[in-house]
Design a protein around this ligand. Structure first.
Ligand code: GDP
Ligand code: IMO
Ligand code: MG
Length: 432
């Protein structure tokens, strides 16, 4: 298959950035298709860390075209700041190597504020989502509500005032209702005109650029953000993000047809983590969770929040294999399990006295399910940095094989440390 889409199989932070960086050597174009700067993708190259939020992970490699698709919600201030931050690390980003879709919806200060107002007003864990407070949800609401300011609108200062008025009619009603001061038309116009010159040089017809690339035989790598259980339809609703994170969105979020997507690679952590509120059946709020969190450095890239940690949940990943149509997975952070006496894997749930093999869709049932575990023997040797299958201890191989069986998908790539080159390639997704 010519193209590859990378998606998260769990609640995000599976190591998508590392795998996208690694695979991008074989790609010509790297395209983001949903989410925004709520994402935090860390790459480590020769000991140096690069943290990407809004920009595709392909920007760190010279000679690759990076694309921000129409499915992304785009914060122009975050964009300018991220380019400056990466510039200080020696990464050059210009309109020659980065394109932003003209029909991408913008995140403005009023979206960020509304996200914060709502989170602050939510009094308990039933109503608080634990968002990244980046304005992602409010920006997607405005997109679907047909009142977004989009990237191409920055080029047309005459028609902008009417669009801003329509947006403010909605937002100021909400702000009054939440007990916050209104925003003025002038403030938003000023905000937009202050970023227009910085953004417009990058704005282009992305669907056409990608189609031309495809026709010229170039390879496209679609980079997902978040993970399947944060998907607005397939995740643990309402404790989700506001976009479709599954592979089907790669087509819609860039302007290509579904056949262009190609191989679907699910990035899958060898255990489970989650940031923010919401159900987490295999969570280990104990010394096991502490072990995984400390050894795996499980702190959010974007907000610095401590990630909740638990055992691998094969039920959730098996379901993600289906909802994404995964051809294979990249299993990451196996090295974090080194040294454990035994390792548990969730293979089913008990719900109201019955055994089930899927994640129930209702919020109530999701909080009542109890995991059913299998216990596997651990290994004492290190897997960290392994680059050949034969270097893995027998018990680690057994764990990987067992996961493949439980989830119904093969391991195409095994990652054994944060470093770019520390991975074992089993199947090349671009060749499969
Ligand atoms: P993403 O959001 O899916 O891109 O993942 P993050 O970058 O937020 O979190 C994954 C973290 O794990 C990052 O700090 C990576 O450097 C690190 N990482 C990725 N793969 C591995 C691995 O195989 N082993 C270890 N120990 N760390 C890894
Ligand atoms: P990457 O791409 C992990 C979570 C937030 C919150 C919920 C909604 O690094 O894997 P939002 O700000 O999107 O409205 O928050 O989604 N969340 C993530 N968790 N990794 C991410 O991205 C996330 N992006 C959003 O913590 O629970
Ligand atoms: Mg992350």
């Amino acid at each position: 298959m010519a193209n590859v889409v990378v998606v998260g199989s769990q609640w995000g932070d599976e190591g998508k950035g590392k795998i996208v960086d690694w695979l991008s050597e074989r790609a010509d174009v790297v395209a983001r298709f949903q989410g925004g700067h709520n994402a935090g993708h860390t790459l480590v190259i020769d000991g140096v860390s690069y943290k990407l939020s809004l920009l595709p992970s392909g920007v760190v490699r010279e000679g690759k075209l990076s694309v921000i698709g129409n499915g992304v919600v785009f914060d122009p201030h975050a964009f300018v700041a991220e380019i400056a931050r990466l510039g200080a690390q020696g990464v050059t980003i210009s309109p020659a190597n980065l394109k932003i879709a003209e029909n991408t919806s913008l995140i403005l200060s009023l979206h960020r504020e509304l996200d914060g107002f709502r989170e602050d007003a939510a009094s308990n864990s039933d109503t608080k989502i634990g968002t990244t407070r980046r304005g992602i949800g409010p920006a997607y609401e405005d997109k679907v509500g047909r009142r977004s300011i989009r990237a191409l609108d920055l080029a047309n200062m005459e028609s902008l005032p009417a669009k801003v008025d329509r947006l403010l009619t909605h937002h100021n009603a909400l702000r009054r209702g939440l007990g916050h001061p209104e925003v003025s038309h002038e403030a938003i116009m000023e905000e937009l005109s202050s970023v227009a010159d910085k953004v417009l040089p990058y704005v282009d017809r992305v669907w056409k650029i990608l189609d031309d690339a495809r026709r010229a035989g170039q390879r496209i790598l679609f980079e997902g953000a978040q993970g399947t259980l944060l998907d607005i339809d397939h995740g643990t609703y309402p404790f989700v993000t506001s976009s479709n994170t599954v592979a089907g969105q790669a087509a819609t979020g860039t302007g290509l047809g579904p056949a262009a997507v190609g191989y679907v690679l699910g990035i899958t952590k060898a255990y489970t983590t989650r940031v923010g509120e919401g159900p987490f059946p295999t969570e280990q709020d104990n010394e096991i969770g502490e072990f995984l969190g400390t050894k795996g450095h499980e702190f959010g890239t974007v907000t610095g929040r401590k990630r909740r940690c638990g055992w691998f949940d094969a039920v959730l990943v098996r379901q993600a294999v289906v909802t994404n149509g995964m051809n294979g997975i990249a299993l990451t952070k196996l090295d974090v399990l080194d040294g454990l006496d035994e390792i548990k894997v969730c293979t089913g749930y008990r719900l109201d006295g019955k055994v089930i093999d899927y994640l129930p869709a209702s919020q109530g049932a999701q909080t009542r399910i109890e995991p059913i575990y299998e216990t596997l023997e651990g290994w004492k040797e290190t897997t960290r940095g392994a680059r050949r299958w034969n270097d893995l201890p027998a018990q680690a191989v057994k764990y990987v094989r067992h996961i493949e069986e439980l989830i119904g998908a093969p391991v195409a790539i095994l990652s054994t440390s944060p470093e770019r080159e520390d991975a074992i390639l089993v199947t090349d997704p671009f060749q499969d």
